[in-house]
Structure formats: C-alpha cells, structure tokens
Design a protein around this ligand. Structure first.
Ligand SMILES: Nc1nc2c(ncn2[C@@H]2O[C@H](COP(=O)(O)OP(=O)(O)OP(=O)(O)O)[C@@H](O)[C@H]2O)c(=O)[nH]1
Ligand SMILES: [Mg+2]
Length: 318
C-alpha cells in the first residue's frame, strides 16, 4: 500500500531535528484535526518508539505536577530531552505547582531540551486519547528520550490515557482521602510503580503499610509493585524514582513485556483512531444523516425501537 506523502517535507525535517516551533505547529495541526496532521504523523512514525513514555496519574492535588517538574529537572541533569503532556491543565492555569512555582517552572519552560504541552479534556469527545497518543508520537520522533504524561486519575478516560504509556506511576499522598479510594479503584491496577508524595505529611508510613498489604492481598505474594516516598517540594526521593523507572523499563525490555505492552497500546490506539474517524465520517455524511432521519422516523411511528436495528445499522455504516 502506498503511503501518503506529506505536503511539508521541510516541516517534517524540522520536527525530526527537535525544532520547537515546528513541533508546536504540528501539534496545533493535530489538535485542530487538520487533514495535514495525518500525513505528518505518517511520515514521522518510523522515527518513533525510542522514548520511554511514563504516565503520571493520581487523585487531584497529590503533587503530580510538582513531582513531574522535579523528575524533569532530574532527567535534564543527565542531558536527556524531555517532552511533557499535561492532560488536564487546570493546575497550570489556576496557579498550581507548575505555574505557582515560577522558579521551578521557568527552569523547565526556558530549557531547550524540554517541551511542554497542556491539553484540555473538555469538549473533546473521544478524541482526547487519540490526540494524546499522536502528540506523544510527535515528541518521540522529535527526539525526546522521556515523555511524561500527567493526568488526574479520576475518570476512566484519563486512566486509559495513562494505560497507553510504557510505565504508569500512580501518585498518592497521605493527606488525600482520595488515596484510599484510589487504592480500591482500578487506578491501582494500572500501577507499575506507586509514589507516596508529601512524605513530610503525617500518615505517609501508614499509607505505605496499607498499600503493601493491599498488594500482598491481591497477589498473594510479597510486594511486586515498588512503592517509593518523595517530598517533591524539597526534591527529596526524586533520583530514586528516576532510577526505579529506568530499572523497570530495562527489565521490561529484557523480559519482553515492553513489546507486549506496546502491542496492546497500539491496539488501543488503533481502536481509538477507528472510533474517532468512524464517528466523524458518520457526522459528516449527508447520506448517513438521511438514514438516521429515516430510522428516527421508523422509531417514532412505532415500526422499530432504537435498539432493534443496531446490527443492521452497523453493517450499513461499516
Ligand atoms: N507538603 C508538601 N506539599 C507538596 C508536595 N508536593 C506538592 N505539594 C503541594 O501540593 C499542592 C498541589 O501540588 P500539584 O503539583 O499542583 O498537585 P497535582 O497533583 O498536580 O494537582 P492537580 O493537577 O490539580 O490534580 C501544591 O501546593 C504543591 O506545592 C510535597 O511533597 N509536600
Ligand atoms: Mg497537576
């Protein structure tokens, strides 16, 4: 099958050298669902796969952004380029850690080796996961060695996004009642590593013990998921997190689980691409619109119910 050629060879070239302006431009094309975005992604795809994609999720306010900043600074000390995707940027806008702590933020924002993209979750039905993958692909092809994706782990869609990373870090804090909730929810199932941030707050040890017994109960063995404690405000425990993440990644490479996970992630991504494009095609098709109109009429006059014809409807549209 012939691959579509992009209209912008120069743009592609600049993306691949990590040019920030070119990467930003391509991101806007992706977010605006511009027809050129697909050919750009198609052209750069064979340069992806080198970055470590780390999802950072957890209840609101546990310190994910602060931790992400510190982790970025730690990675940058090793001179590796970093891409950051913040999926719910509320804290970036309202003065949470990232914007609130200007010194920390400025260090990152003005650094040539770091690229930050904030993405709004609202008003992007079904497209958010797709866009996040695509932006991660773009950052990967542009030479970033680490891609850090922050999402608030409240809804399934945010957890899904993180599940498409190579490694998922779940961040909890002793002061957050949500952490107990998170332990019971699907969030913990996704964890490859758990970080108890705000270890300066009372209850960090207790939370750690609770987590260890939760994991033991579940697996019936001793703890498999590493649990680390940090104080992101004082940058304590961050090198240990980075080293643990690197260790997990290297083990995953060796034992084949990275390839398996990436294959699964790719299936999720294809499904999301199909879903998005299928819905878009239906919405834009006048023929589909007329068919819906007829079906609605049939339902209204009692010939059908909205559920009776689903199978034939799928066949029609597929
Ligand atoms: N005491 C203490 N405070 C911290 C620590 N890490 C972050 N904070 C503070 O906790 C608050 C929330 O931090 P953020 O980094 O915005 O948390 P978040 O999880 O990204 O928040 P959302 O993105 O809104 O869910 C800020 O006031 C931080 O300064 C820590 O280790 N100890
Ligand atoms: Mg945040």
């Amino acid at each position: 099958m012939s691959r579509k050629k992009t209209q912008s060879p120069l743009l592609i070239e600049r993306i691949l050298t990590g040019d920030k302006i070119a990467v930003s431009k391509a991101m806007s094309l992706i977010e605006n669902d511009d027809p050129e975005a697909h050919s750009i992604l198609d052209s750069i795809y064979d340069k992806t796969g080198k970055a470590l994609r780390l999802g950072i999720t957890g209840p609101p306010g546990v310190g994910k952004s602060t931790l992400l900043c510190e982790l970025t600074l730690c990675i940058r000390k090793e001179n590796e380029p970093v891409g950051i995707i913040a999926v719910d940027p509320s804290s970036y806008i309202t003065g949470g850690a990232l914007l609130g702590d200007r010194i920390r933020m400025q260090k990152i924002a003005t650094d040539d080796g770091t690229f930050i993209r904030s993405m709004a979750t609202r008003g992007n039905l079904g497209g958010l996961a797709r866009t996040t993958f695509e932006i991660a692909d773009l950052l990967d092809a542009s030479g970033k060695k680490y891609i850090l994706i922050e999402t608030v782990g409240v809804g399934q869609s945010e957890v899904d996004i993180v599940n498409t990373c190579d490694i998922t870090a779940v961040v909890l804090s002793p002061e957050s009642g949500d952490s107990i909730q998170a332990m019971k929810s699907g969030l913990m199932e996704a964890a490859d590593i758990v970080i108890i941030n705000k270890k300066d707050r009372p209850g960090a040890e207790k939370l750690e013990n609770e987590l260890r017994s939760t994991f033991e109960l579940r697996t019936g063995t001793s703890v498999r998921v590493p649990i680390l404690k940090t104080n992101a405000l004082l940058s304590e425990g961050i090198p240990a997190v980075l080293s643990e993440v690197k260790g997990i990644f290297s083990d995953m490479r060796k034992n084949g689980s990275l390839a398996r996970r990436r294959r699964n992630n790719l299936k999720t991504k294809l499904c999301s691409l199909l879903q998005y494009n299928f819905l878009k095609a239906i919405k834009l098709s006048q023929k589909a619109d007329r068919q819906m109109e007829c079906l609605a009429e049939d339902v209204l006059c009692g010939k059908n119910t909205p559920y009776s014809d689903l199978d034939s409807l799928m066949v029609k549209f597929l």
